[in-house]
Ligand binder design. Structure first.
Ligand code: SF4
Length: 395
């Protein structure tokens, strides 16, 4: 991603004495160097209106740029749990999370990592030919566990000859220094991505979904990963109960200003195996229609910087558990509507983005900070908090 730049993160508001030592910067792991950054300075129109056939920077396009061919994701299960499930923070999990820990497509944890990779590769090979893969640790919180175990499973995955990227889904409050050092070590072998489930920047919604971490915690985690040149992909849920369209766009705008490397936009799915389903039955709230969702996604795309890779525009919820919105089962139809409408409107990624291309030149302020004093106070509270961010805003 274009934010693999020596200056990336260097201008951020971070206390230098809390930062791990930077590894030597690496600009390529395969045949191709990283693409040049888009030129999109504030006040000038974006220069780029299409990435291949699409009017946005899709993950598929990015991977073809990097590896010269299609790359498939293999969902792996490292057998981790989650502090929001094992009682350390909560036992109920996030309100939308099903018992599979949002890893319904991952392989069985009873298999070794190599066995999981081979089994998943065989499934992909049955449908199409592919030689390069992303090892995606998806289920639960994949940096939450004994360091020795994490080290063993990540090294086993990254050393597999067909794996070209290691992608790790986790929580921002589960990235202690020893894990960051491990990620940095892995990053010297092949690219490592970290996926963080932010979902929303709004504290009231975050409390409602029981995320268990604060925006401060997320913000600091992103800054630390950026300092290590580790790309961060943020997950955002559109359609959370009580959130207005403007609030959802604020979340996306925040991520753009933060210089996030990638985003996954996900429609809120109500799954029968979740507390959200019980809440929905007791207090029915409006679910987004297909038209509303497509319109909202297009606004999000227009608001994102041209250099942010879009990893997902819809959701991949398990069909058998889906209680609503049922229209989302037809993913192809949703994507077609988004693409068709973007074409009709002359829409493209970054059309409404007014900042520099995916990179802030000045310190980033929290969107809910009233003034600098408040921002400073929040940072001080963060530095005094525990590794789970529980001493800050109550969530
Ligand atoms: S952090 Fe992830 S795995 Fe844990 S409860 Fe929330 S969605 Fe589920």
């Amino acid at each position: 991603m274009k934010n693999y730049d020596i200056s990336h993160g260097a201008d951020r508001d971070c206390s230098p004495d809390t930062q791990p030592a930077l590894p030597p910067l690496r600009r390529s792991w395969g045949e191709k160097p990283l693409p040049p950054a888009d030129v999109h300075e504030a006040g000038t129109p974006p220069l780029r209106r299409s990435w291949g056939e699409k009017p946005y920077y899709s993950l598929d396009y990015y991977l073809r740029e990097q590896f010269g061919e299609k790359v498939y994701r293999l969902s792996l299960n490292g057998g981790c749990t989650c502090p929001n499930r094992d009682g350390r923070l909560d036992t109920r999990g996030c309100i939308f999370c099903d018992r599979g820990g949002s890893g319904d497509f991952a392989a069985s944890p009873s298999l070794s990592i190599t066995e999981q990779i081979e089994a998943s590769k065989a499934q992909v090979a049955a449908k199409r030919s592919c030689r390069k893969f992303i090892a995606y640790f998806q289920a639960y919180t994949n940096t939450y566990g004994p360091l020795k175990k994490l080290r063993s499973m990540f090294f086993e995955a990254i050393r597999h000859p067909d794996i070209v990227v290691l992608s790790i889904a986790t929580r921002p409050d589960c990235l202690p220094d020893e894990v960051l050092n491990l990620l940095s070590e892995l990053q010297q072998i092949k690219p490592v991505w970290v996926e963080l489930g932010l979902q929303t920047i709004h504290a009231a919604t975050s409390r409602f979904i029981r995320s268990g971490f604060t925006l401060d915690c997320f913000h600091e985690a992103v800054l630390k990963l950026q300092r290590l040149h580790i790309p961060v992909i943020a997950h955002v849920i559109l359609g959370l109960p009580g959130e207005t369209q403007a609030q959802m766009l604020q979340t996306v705008d925040y991520l753009g200003q933060l210089g996030i490397d990638g985003v996954k936009l996900q429609l809120l799915h109500v799954l029968t195996d979740t507390d959200l389903y019980d809440y929905y039955r007791a207090h029915p709230f409006p679910l987004l229609t297909q038209e509303e969702y497509c319109d909202l996604v297009i606004q999000c795309i227009e608001q994102l910087p041209p250099g942010t890779v879009i990893h997902r525009l819809t959701g991949d919820g398990p069909g058998k558990l889906l209680a609503g919105p049922l229209w989302s089962r037809n993913k192809r139809q949703v994507l077609n509507q988004i693409h068709r409408t973007m074409k009709e409107r002359g829409s493209y990624q970054g059309k409404q983005y007014s900042g520099p291309s995916g990179r802030r030149r000045t310190a980033i302020r929290h969107p809910d900070s009233d003034n600098d004093t408040q921002a400073t106070r929040r940072r001080q509270r963060f530095q005094g908090g525990d590794s789970h961010g529980r001493s800050f805003d109550t969530i």
